[in-house]
Design a protein around this ligand. Structure first.
Ligand SMILES: Cc1ncc(COP(=O)(O)O)c(C=O)c1O
Length: 440
């Protein structure tokens, strides 16, 4: 499914609703649309103007927690106002339609079916729910790597502690800048034994900026399974630093489960996330938190029966939500469709390359993220000479003295990390490089 501009405007108009727009302070739909979207998303300056970022700062850490672009702010505000006026009526009359709209918008962006998408509050929530319940037969294990984030490692540790399941960790590279796609694929393939049920990976490592070649890994896993005559090894991916940057749609990647927050590079509402599972893969997990999305679970409860199979809807954690954020997720996907996936990917690639080349010229700075686009995405990690100042202090000085917002990677080996994104310009990147040059 694709969206054209008119569709985007019409759908967002429908999403926000005339009454809600009035409630949001707009006199007419046209005025609201002008306020929301007519900011010229065909230029990068126009995209930047959709955000309320502090103009004095160069924001290179959107990968931590996204700012909301105008369409998302408008949608949140409109839903919030209607919930504030009469939550019961707004939910009763709109919940099903608005949730379906979010699922459809997400599915269209991801290139999958809406029934295969579960809604969560973050990457961590999705990973926790997935690894807590992935069906393991006695003796089966999950393989992962040394490069994943706390959320994957801790979810696997908790699972192992609760059930005695075993987790095997492999190292894919020593020096990230020298990582090779062939070695990465071969190491993962070699980690699969007859007992491996799933491989838990991270698409773009937040520790180093290395991007894994997911398609090649999926193909290697299929070959390995055939060689060993075993059932399918499930490829489960923390995709949060790829979603909203990389242009591929999910069927191209070959994963079985794709878990992501929508509140980083996608610039969706804070506190939103998704889990996508291949249609057949949903049978491999169990719901943990009772779903309010899945009608079947609720009907079964009313009739005193057990629900039959797991689905994405049943996996979606229930309880009432911050619905203004959840429902505004549709606007985030429309916004990204309007900008264009390939165009955004090209932009981020080009800014990241500019940054890496700039950093290369700064004496004493070592770029840790590969230059090869096959193995890198928007994240850029580097080392500064240790004699300059402590890294924590360095990030603080970058922000306070130069207005450049970066971060440190939260890992045992820590690097200085930048994330140029669709909100940035070439000047921003130059400013970051010059700031660093003046500090080392
Ligand atoms: C690889 C990775 N996964 C997950 C997270 C956490 O994401 P969320 O806030 O969506 O749980 C982070 C960092 O915030 C991360 O770097």
């Amino acid at each position: 499914m694709t969206f054209d501009r008119r569709d985007f405007l019409v759908r967002t108009g429908l999403l926000v609703g005339a009454g809600a727009l009035a409630a949001a302070g707009c006199r007419s739909d046209d005025e609201a649309r002008r306020a929301g979207f007519a900011t010229g998303l065909d230029t990068w300056e126009g995209v930047r103007q959709s955000f309320e970022l502090d103009p004095r700062r160069v924001q290179l850490s959107s990968f931590l927690l996204a700012a909301h672009p105008r369409p998302v702010r408008l949608a949140i505000d409109a839903h919030r106002r209607r919930l504030d006026v009469d939550a019961a009526a707004y939910i009763q009359e709109n919940e099903e339609r608005l949730e379906a709209e979010v699922l459809q918008a997400a599915a269209a962006y991801l290139g999958v079916a809406p029934e295969e998408v579960a809604l969560t509050g973050s990457t961590t929530m999705g990973l926790g729910l997935l690894y807590a319940t992935l069906e393991l037969r006695p003796g089966e294990e999950i393989a992962t790597t040394e490069h994943d984030f706390y959320s994957t490692h801790e979810a696997l540790r908790l699972r192992a502690r609760a059930t005695g399941a075993s987790v095997r960790r492999v190292r894919l590279y020593d020096e990230p800048a020298l990582a090779s796609p062939e070695d990465v694929v071969e190491t993962i393939r070699g980690a699969v034994t007859p007992r491996t049920r799933a491989v838990a990976l991270t698409w773009v490592h937040s520790s180093t900026g290395v991007k894994l070649p997911l398609r090649a890994i999926a193909d290697a896993l299929a070959e390995r399974d055939a060689e060993l005559g075993k059932r399918k090894t499930l490829l489960c991916v923390d995709a949060v630093h790829g979603l909203g940057v990389e242009p591929e749609q999910l069927p191209e990647l070959g994963c079985d489960f794709f878990v992501s927050g929508c509140h980083k590079w996608l610039f969706g509402p804070r506190g939103t996330g998704i889990v996508w599972g291949r249609a057949e893969a949903w049978a491999e997990v169990r719901p943990t938190i009772p779903s309010f999305t899945d009608r079947e679970s609720f009907q079964a409860w009313l009739r005193g029966r057990d629900p039959t199979a797991t689905s994405a809807a049943a996996f979606t954690p229930g309880g009432y939500q911050a619905f203004e954020h959840r429902w505004a997720l549709a606007a985030a996907f429309y916004f990204r469709q309007e900008i264009g996936r390939e165009r955004a990917a090209e932009r981020v690639r080009s800014l990241a390359a500019q940054l890496k080349h700039g950093l290369l010229e700064v004496p004493g700075v070592t770029v840790r993220t590969p230059f090869d686009e096959q193995l890198s995405s928007g994240l850029v990690c580097c080392d500064v000479p240790s004699s300059t100042s402590l890294p924590d202090e360095f990030v603080k000085r970058l922000r306070e003295e130069h207005g450049v917002v970066a971060s440190l990677t939260p890992y045992a080996t820590s690097y200085l990390r930048f994330g140029p994104s669709i909100v940035n310009s070439e000047d921003d990147v130059d400013r970051a490089v010059e700031a660093l040059r003046s500090m080392v």
